[in-house]
Design a protein around this ligand. Structure first.
Ligand code: SF4
Ligand code: SF4
Length: 128
């Protein structure tokens, strides 16, 4: 498989960090189609929201990037992962686990950077 370098400003799969999310729902309000699903409950003893689940459905998302831009805790980021094709379209409804997986080409970029402290004993397998 050949990995292409995308052009500057390219927007694709969104990456989500569960621990940073405060369930404020700003991402829903700024989304032109109210797409992110933020499922939370109120912890009455500390009067604070606790995030239960978070979803973005990439069948519908238009990758405008509003949610990423306005999230107050920066728990959303745009990646350059463009290979979202699947045989089953329902798989494109990403929950917090799928959204929390860094795309392979992003991991490779991090590992190959001079600042990377993680060195792999074997090179990452890239299929031709
Ligand atoms: S805007 Fe950010 S912090 Fe707020 S609910 Fe959305 S992802 Fe979570
Ligand atoms: S990228 Fe745009 S369309 Fe997709 S979830 Fe975020 S705000 Fe909504």
């Amino acid at each position: 498989m050949k990995i292409l370098i995308t052009s500057e400003g390219f927007r694709s799969q969104i990456y989500f960090e569960f621990d940073k999310c405060i369930a404020c729902e700003v991402c829903v309000r700024v989304c032109p189609i109210d797409l992110p699903v933020v499922d939370w409950e109120l912890e009455t003893n500390i009067r604070k929201k606790r995030l239960l689940n978070y979803n973005i459905d990439f069948r519908i998302c238009i990758f405008c990037g509003n949610c990423v831009e306005y999230c107050p805790t920066n728990c959303l980021s745009i990646t350059e992962e463009y290979e979202l094709s699947t045989y089953n379209r329902h798989e494109l409804n990403y929950n917090q686990i799928a959204l929390g997986r860094l795309p392979m080409n992003t991991i490779q970029t991090i590992l190959n950077s001079p600042q990377s402290l993680i060195k792999m004993s074997k090179p990452l397998l890239i299929k031709d």
